[in-house]
Structures are given as structure tokens and as C-alpha cells.
Design a protein around this ligand. Structure first.
Ligand code: ADP
Ligand code: MG
Length: 703
């Protein structure tokens, strides 16, 4: 008999229940304190936790442990060590200590460091993140860790994330205390990432070099039917897909990942999964695991899961919606519009802090979602535009306007903002649908950052959100703390806060846009408002190192200046490498597969033409026309291929990486597109048996 879901859920996680059972009471308490309040963990506690963890892991079949970390590759990394320790006379014991739990020393020389660490300084450290639970996968105990260099510089995505969560907690708590909410001792951010993906048959996938090497198709004619009927969205799940999703849910549940919603997406063969939200660093770890397990489960089902942002030209790509909010340690969602006026003040100040943050650091938000893959989506009328703006909805917007114009109370009464939250969910629900086009939308009690690409780690965007909001709150505190004290009456506080909000809204309302982000009018309007429209990754990369952004990160202790420079370098190089791989793959496909296929077709046409002409004289005009067309395509693609090879050679010679990235975008990508303009229609004309690889039609419509 199969187990119930509550029995399965988290069965492979060293979770709270197991900790309480296995740990001595004082140790459990000390660990909980670290997890909940971020206090430092002593070695004796770590030792006791290690013993319990190993015992539990071994009981559950684990033979190895690994420090699991998130280097700048964008993937996760792991190196497994077995628990065995020889104790003489051919015997071993299963050993694991606090030291082994807390710290690891992987040879880090082959991970991207952007110049932070020379290869001869190979030492890197992994440090246990006790706030994200350890788990067992494939007979190995996985310990979530942060990864840094010998001199303490972050080499991963988790370290800055944890730093940014601390910064936000610090600043938000200070503001709440100032407002008289003294019960709160910490604020964490919460994230629920909605994940889009494609599923294609594995045997077809394996026959396409472009999918295997780059994750997206570099050639391919559109099928007669695409997504125009929108019949796939929320459509009934096919049995193969339902069975995949079922297994996926179960695997995720075992790991304590609260997979909640699943459905078909807009494009054929596209689907979505959303978990219930969690604390940000746990949500990040879970999303990394989710992507990995999606691939693994797909394989078991004879499928391949495509996480690339744009696997198929002409068909919607995949994104990831980062739902984000802030919650106090007393359990209040700070973006929930409250019932009582004091809570509304709290809500309004936090909401305004977010508005200011988005306006001040729109460039960093844009940067945080910039990758070669995502460039195909942003601004292409299937995903938010590249211009960062935010959506508040009609009524919240009216409240902001009334604060700005000193008409708060009147307006407040009219829409009953103060009498209760009951009206708000109703309102926000009505409005979410109309504003699919906003990059950053308020959706009732959270913001939804919609510009992320499907394969992206959600760490980066949340580092930016947390830090930018922390900075708004820091500035608010600086302005308020002189005039508002613990002794101030609620009216006095309200007055001072309203003054500040008014000024802030005036200064930052340009970033609020409640209309259709897909229109040309918005692009012009945004330009008039002075909002940046950075269309491609090379456009946005330099904004990372703008002085105001370096100041933001360094002043909150998120990145040192050298960490920023290294990340800037890593991002730029990653972009260049991605495009180079795409170009090389396209060259290989054209040379080995596509041009030979065209040539075979030409030869068969020529053969049939000459035979028919021998028999019938000059009457066989169809083959002649076809042959001419194929030859023209062949010559044209051949010429463009030569051009692409030459351009790649020039690109490789450029020694400044940002220039190289710009060249990749302006020259190489353009040349690749030009090849498609001839090759895709030529593919559509090939006889079926001569097609060099599975077509879009087969990939998208055969499950
Ligand atoms: P929609 O489908 O309209 O986008 P949902 O209510 O389905 O909205 O939520 C989408 C995601 O937002 C889910 O992952 C959900 O858990 C997450 N979410 C809900 N509340 C919060 C919150 N306070 N903080 C972060 N994420 C949240
Ligand atoms: Mg959503």
C-alpha cells in the first residue's frame, strides 16, 4: 500500500520534527535560536547536531555526505565524501563531526571567480547554512552551504543572499520599532517562484545538437499550428504529462518542497509548477533542487525538460515569477494591507519603500535578470518589457495619489481602506489579470517580479530586491528618527510618516505604470519619464559597476567592491561564452547536417530532372524550379556560414570582455538570425526523409 502524502512529505529532510526527536533539548534550542534569529552557532552545538544528522542519514540509507553549494556557474555543485573512517584491522566506522558539518574545503580553482582567486590559490571554503535544512538524495546527505574564498570573498550566490536578508531584517526592524511596533525582532523575506518549463521526447531531443549543447533550437521551421489558438493553456493534461507531474510532485514532497500548483502553459509542450512560498534562502535552495529534479524525473519518463528561456523561436519562452514579500518574526506579512490605521501606516511605509527601491535601483533589477537566454524574451511581447516599472492597481494607486496630494483621509474613507482588508483581496484579484505585462506587480499581499528567465537562480534578483528595499528603509529611518521617538503619539507618527511618504511618492511615482507594457506608447512614455530601456545583456552589464550601485552594495555589506568587479566579469564572460557556444553549434549543424541535407535534395532533384528530361524532353519544369531554389538557398546559407565563421574569429580576438559581449550581440546574434531567415523556410521545403533532425512539429506536438 502506498503511503499518504503527509507521511511522504519531508521524509528525506532533516526537519524540525527529526531535530526535536534526535537532539538533546539544549542543543535543539540553541540550533533553533540560530535558525530563527541568525545567532552564531557554537562548535559543541555543531558537534551534537552532526552526530544526530549522521545517525538519521545512515538510518535512511545514506553512505556519503556532501557540502552542497551554488557557485557562480548558476548551477549547484557537490563533492561527495563517505562517512567511513578506518579504525584498524580492516574495520571502518561511520564518522561525521561538527567540524565536517560546519566547514568544507573543496578545491575551488575551477569555479568562476572573476579574478578574485588565482588558480594557484585553490583553497575555497564551504560553510554550513543551518537555516536551510539538510536532506538526503541518492544515498547522500546534502548539507546546504555557502562558498567563499580563502580570504573570505563570496564565490557563490547564497552568501550575498544571506547578507541581503540580514540587511533587510535590520533596516525593517528599525523602522517598525520607530513606528512603535516593538514586538518584532526580525523580518525575513519570503519567495514563491513559479517555474515554467517545456517537455519534449528524449529521443528527439538527443538528435538535436542545438538543444543538447545550447538548450535552445538554433534552426527550425514553425509548424502549421503554433500557440495561436491558445488551446494548450490550462488544457487537460495528457496522460504522459500527468504521470510526469505526479512523480515530480512526489519527489519534491519527499524533499520537503511544497509543490502546489501545476498546469499547462500557453505554448504547446509548455507547463508550469508553483510551490507554496518559503523563506527566501530556502526558496532559492528549493528552486535549484526543483529544476534539477524536473530534469531527472523527465529522463525517467523518456522525456527531456527544457529550462531554457527560449527553446523555440516564434513560440512563447519560459520565465519564472518571483513572488516576494516581507514577514515579521511575529508572523505578519508586511505587505498585507492591514485592518487598523497603525497597520496601514506600516503597510504604506513599506509599500513606499518598495516603490522607491524599484525606482532607485531599476537598473540593478534589470541586471539581475539579464542573461543571453532571457534577452530573447524581455521586450518581445510575451514577457515583461525590458523597462522596469511597477504595477500597483487602481485603488492602491489612488491612495498613493491622495497621499501625494494631501487628500488621504477623504479618499481613504471612500474606498474603505481603513475599515478592513476584506475589500482589498477582492480588488487586487480583479486587477491582476489585466496587468500581465508589468515587470513588477503588486498582487494583493506581495509583489510579483516577472522578468526572471526560467533557468535563472532566483538568488540574484532577491539580493537586489532585499538590498534596495533595505536602502529605502535606511533612508526613511534617517529622516524619521530625529522627529519620531518611542514617546511620539500615533498621530504624531502618522503626520511625520505621511510627510515623508508624500515627498517620496512625488519623487518616485514615475516608476508606477498601470497600463499595457507591450505598447509602443509605453516605450515612448517611459523615455519621457526618464526610465531606462536596456534591451540586451551587454546594454545592462555596465550598470552593475555604476558608483551608486557599488555604494549600495558595499554600504550594506552585501558585496565588497572586488566581489562586484568579479561578478561583473563573470556575468560578462558567461554571456560571451554562451553566444560562442551557440555560434559554434550552429556552424556545426550547418556544416554537418543542414547543408548536406540540402545538397542531397538538390542531387535527387537533379537526378530526377535529368532522367525525366531524357524520357520526356524539356517538359519537367517543377524539378527545375525546385532545384534552382534549393541551389540558391544552399549558396546563400553557405555564404552566410562563411560570414559567421569570420565574425566568430574576429570576436575571439577582442580582448576586452564587455566589447566582446557587445560584438556578440550586435554582430554574431544578428548573423545567426540572418541564417535562420533562409534556413528555416528551406527546411520547410525539404522532403521528410531528408530532414537532418527532428522538426518543431515533432518536438512540440508528438506527446
Ligand atoms: P497567482 O497565480 O495569481 O500568481 P498565487 O496565489 O497562485 O498567485 O501565488 C503564486 C505564488 O506566490 C505561489 O508560489 C505562492 O506561494 C506565492 N506567495 C503567496 N503569498 C506569498 C508571500 N507572502 N510571499 C511570497 N510569495 C507568496
Ligand atoms: Mg503568478
Amino acid at each position: 500500500m502506498s503511503k499518504s502524502i503527509p507521511e511522504i512529505y519531508g521524509c528525506n529532510v532533516f526537519n524540525d520534527k527529526i531535530m526535536r526527536n534526535k537532539l538533546p533539548k539544549d542543543i535543539y534550542k540553541a540550533l533553533k535560536k540560530t535558525i530563527e534569529n541568525g545567532t552564531h552557532l557554537e562548535l559543541d552545538v555543531a558537534n551534537a547536531v552532526a552526530v544526530a544528522m549522521k545517525e538519521w542519514a545512515v538510518e535512511n540509507g545514506a553512505t556519503h555526505f556532501t557540502h552542497w553549494f551554488q557557485p557562480m556557474t548558476g548551477f549547484t555543485a557537490e563533492k561527495h565524501d563517505s562517512f567511513i573512517t578506518p579504525v584498524g584491522s580492516g574495520q571502518v566506522i561511520m564518522d561525521f563531526s561538527g567540524k565536517m558539518l560546519v566547514k568544507g574545503e573543496p578545491d575551488a580553482s575551477s569555479f568562476p571567480s572573476g579574478g578574485l582567486r588565482a588558480t594557484f590559490e585553490a583553497r575555497g571554503y564551504t560553510a554550513w547554512d543551518p537555516t536551510s535544512p539538510a536532506f538526503i538524495k541518492d544515498k547522500t546527505l546534502y548539507i546546504p552551504t555557502a562558498f567563499c574564498s580563502y580570504s573570505g570573498e563570496a564565490l557563490d550566490k547564497k552568501t550575498p543572499l544571506l547578507r541581503s536578508m540580514e540587511a533587510l531584517s535590520r533596516e525593517a526592524t528599525r523602522i517598525l520599532h520607530l513606528l512603535g511596533n516593538s514586538k518584532v525582532t526580525g523580518v525575513s523575506t519570503t519567495v514563491g517562484p513559479e517555474q515554467e518549463y517545456f517537455l519534449v521526447k528524449r529521443d528527439l531531443y538527443e538528435k538535436r545538437k542545438d538543444l543538447v549543447f545550447t538548450g535552445r533550437t538554433l534552426l527550425g521551421a514553425l509548424p502549421p499550428k503554433g500557440q495561436e489558438l491558445e488551446d494548450h493553456y490550462f488544457g487537460a493534461l495528457k496522460p504522459e504529462i500527468a504521470s510526469f507531474m505526479h512523480d515530480l510532485d512526489e519527489e519534491l514532497w519527499k524533499l520537503g518542497i511544497p509543490a502546489k500548483t501545476k498546469h499547462n502553459e500557453v505554448a504547446p509542450a509548455q507547463h508550469e509548477l508553483a510551490p507554496v512560498f518559503d523563506t527566501t534562502n530556502v526558496a532559492v535552495d528549493h528552486n535549484m533542487l526543483t529544476m534539477e529534479i524536473m530534469k531527472k524525473v523527465a529522463k525517467k519518463h523518456g522525456l527531456t525538460c527544457l529550462l531554457h528561456e527560449k527553446p523555440f523561436a516564434g513560440i512563447n519562452g519560459s520565465g519564472k515569477h518571483n513572488n516576494w514579500s516581507m514577514v515579521t518574526n511575529t508572523g505578519d506579512n508586511l505587505l498585507e494591507p492591514g485592518k487598523s490605521p497603525e497597520e496601514n501606516i506600516q503597510f504604506l511605509i513599506l509599500l513606499t519603500a518598495v516603490i522607491k527601491a524599484v525606482d532607485d535601483y531599476a537598473d540593478l533589477m534589470r541586471l539581475s535578470v539579464a542573461t543571453a537566454g532571457n534577452d530573447h524574451r524581455l521586450g518581445a511581447n510575451e514577457a515583461p518589457p525590458a523597462i522596469i516599472s511597477m504595477f500597483l492597481g487602481e485603488e492602491l494607486n489612488a491612495i498613493m495619489e491622495s497621499i501625494e496630494n494631501d487628500t488621504l483621509f477623504e479618499h481613504h474613507d471612500k474606498i474603505q481602506m481603513e475599515t478592513g482588508a476584506a475589500v482589498l483581496p477582492h480588488f487586487f484579484k480583479d486587477n491582476t489579470d489585466r496587468n500581465r505585462t508589468s515587470p513588477f506587480a503588486f498582487t494583493g499581499n506581495k509583489f510579483e517580479f516577472r522578468s526572471l528567465g526560467s533557468s535563472l537562480s532566483v538568488a540574484g534578483p532577491n539580493v537586489v530586491l532585499n538590498t534596495a528595499v533595505a536602502e529605502s528603509l535606511r533612508q526613511f529611518y534617517e529622516e524619521l528618527h530625529g522627529s519620531v521617538t518611542g514617546e511620539s503619539s500615533p498621530e504624531q507618527i502618522r503626520e511625520k510618516v505621511m510627510e515623508l511618504l508624500k515627498k517620496t511618492i512625488k519623487a518616485h511615482k514615475r516608476v508606477i505604470f498601470n497600463g499595457d507594457g507591450y505598447t509602443d506608447e509605453w516605450i515612448e512614455e517611459a523615455e519621457r519619464r526618464g526610465l531606462e530601456n536596456m534591451k540586451s545583456t551587454p546594454d545592462v552589464l555596465p550598470s552593475f559597476i555604476r558608483p551608486k550601485n557599488i555604494k549600495l552594495f558595499t554600504s550594506h555589506g552585501i558585496f565588497t567592491e572586488s566581489e562586484i568587479m568579479s561578478r561583473y566579469e563573470i556575468l560578462t564572460e558567461a554571456y560571451v561564452k554562451t553566444i560562442f557556444i551557440e555560434v559554434k553549434t550552429l556552424i556545426s549543424m550547418l556544416s554537418h547536417d543542414f547543408l548536406p541535407a540540402l545538397n542531397s535534395y538538390a542531387m535527387s532533384l537533379a537526378g530526377s530532372l535529368s532522367i525525366k528530361q531524357g524520357l520526356l524532353g524539356s517538359g519537367s519544369y517543377a524539378e527545375k524550379e525546385q532545384l534552382e531554389k534549393v541551389t540558391e538557398d544552399y549558396n546563400s546559407i553557405y555564404e552566410k556560414l562563411k560570414g559567421l565563421e569570420e565574425a566568430l574569429a574576429s570576436a575571439e580576438k577582442i580582448d576586452e570582455s564587455l566589447k566582446q559581449a557587445a560584438f556578440c550581440h550586435d554582430v554574431l546574434l544578428k548573423k545567426m538570425d540572418e541564417i535562420r531567415m533562409t534556413a528555416d523556410p528551406a527546411e520547410a521545403r525539404l522532403p521528410k526523409e531528408m530532414l537532418p533532425y527532428p522538426t518543431y512539429e515533432e518536438l512540440l506536438f508528438t506527446i
